[in-house]
Design a protein around this ligand. Sequence first.
Ligand code: SF4
Ligand code: SF4
Length: 162
Amino acid sequence: MGLKELRNWQQERANEYCPKCTSTCCNAQKFDISMDVGDAELFLQNGIPLIYCRDLAHLSFNMWLGGRQQIFDKSDKPLDGPAIIRREHPFERDFLYAFNPPYCPFYDNKRNLCKVHETPRRPQVCKDYPIFVRNETLTFMENCPPFYAYENRKIAFQLFKK
Ligand code: SF4
Ligand code: SF4
């Protein structure tokens, strides 16, 4: 399968679309992405704290995922900055990257760019977004209008099937 071709094409298109995009991905007001330990390293090295779910107020993280705007610690104080929340869920990827709010600490909101775009340690989910490969099929994120456009989905499928 042409995964390499797909990713090369995706990168070229992203260089064109992302700097002028007004949609929300890296600059979403409420944000969660899943990461593994290796992915989390880049954030930990840059001073983003790691907080275990068990050290938060009961169900606070689940409620945040469900729509609540803030995450609260055990003393019911809202977290006041970005953090990596470790879930330790046996059936899911271990880490969740939570911004609480306003957006990723590596996002340059003046230039609409990821400041660590060229870093090999940028999380895999960021490298893949908005086209994910699951069980040998492609999934497109609807909240990325340029890549979700029918023409681009068609091209992506064709490249992937090569
Ligand atoms: S929504 Fe899509 S086009 Fe816009 S910045 Fe994100 S990945 Fe790029
Ligand atoms: S690391 Fe870069 S691509 Fe990933 S969420 Fe942050 S700004 Fe976006």
